[in-house]
Design a protein around this ligand. Structure first.
Ligand SMILES: [Zn+2]
Length: 249
């Protein structure tokens, strides 16, 4: 977009979607930018739903670097300090508020606990300090997590069937498919390990930086999941718009 197009897109009720990913190890079969690819797909899907409702909506360039402490032992992972992430999101939100956008929607696909905490801190600060509405469906938390696949809810939710399916749908040329098809299942629950105080994929039982069932991934499942993630983002935005205007949507 040009700056004049961005100016014209802003206004009360307008929505700016920020895709948030990571540069992080995703098994031996997926690229380091997997979460960026998924976040952009979620943003595009959500934007289509919002535009169909008549909303003015823009998709921002993605935030590609973030906190990824669980994966930092694996080559290629580039992890920011959580406070850097919080400050970056807050500064982006400040710019959006200055230019008159109504809602910041965060399309996030990266579930590292330090990263999620940094986003939650940014969301609180944006609401408190800027008065800007923020939609952030945190997929790792209720009610959103309950809407996702069995594998995801089991906690084996990194580079498994759930994420691999979406990369197969979006960027199949980036999947090392012969490797993927031969990967043994790793049903270890990352979310349980996080609750138990583990600090890395290795400690959580992911020696090759994947969990779940990547061999079962399909592009068809990926397309359905992207539609679902877009619907969740749309719902979160509608809730913010409804809260703002006092209307029931
Ligand atoms: Zn991921």
């Amino acid at each position: 977009m040009t700056w004049e197009e961005a100016r014209d897109a802003a206004g009360p009720g307008s929505v700016a979607i920020l895709p948030v990913g990571a540069i992080e190890a995703h098994g031996p079969h997926l690229p380091l930018e997997t979460d960026v690819i998924i976040a952009q797909a979620m943003a595009r899907s959500g934007a289509a739903r919002l535009a169909a409702r008549g909303s003015s909506v823009v998709v921002l360039p993605p935030l590609t670097y973030t906190a990824a402490a669980f994966a930092q032992g694996f080559a290629g992972t580039l992890s920011l300090r959580p406070e850097t992430v919080t400050a970056t999101v807050l500064d982006i939100a400040r710019g959006l508020a200055r230019h008159g956008f109504g809602v910041l929607a965060i399309a996030n696909a990266h579930l590292d606990p330090g990263h999620l905490a940094s986003l939650e801190a940014a969301v609180s600060a944006v609401r408190r300090d800027l008065g800007l509405a923020v939609a952030f469906p945190n997929l790792a938390a209720k009610p959103w997590a309950l809407r996702l696949s069995d594998e995801f809810r089991s906690g084996a939710c990194h580079a498994g069937q759930f994420e691999t399916s979406m990369v197969l749908a979006e960027r199949p040329e980036l999947v090392r498919d012969a490797t993927r098809a031969a990967l043994p299942p790793n049903p270890a629950s990352l979310s349980r390990s996080i609750r138990d105080g583990k600090q890395s994929f290795e400690e959580a039982g992911g020696a090759r930086a994947y969990f779940g069932f990547p061999a079962q991934a399909t592009a068809e499942e990926g397309r359905a999941t992207i539609e679902l993630l877009g619907a969740l983002l749309d719902e979160a935005v509608q809730a913010e718009l409804g809260a703002r205007t006092g209307q029931v949507k």
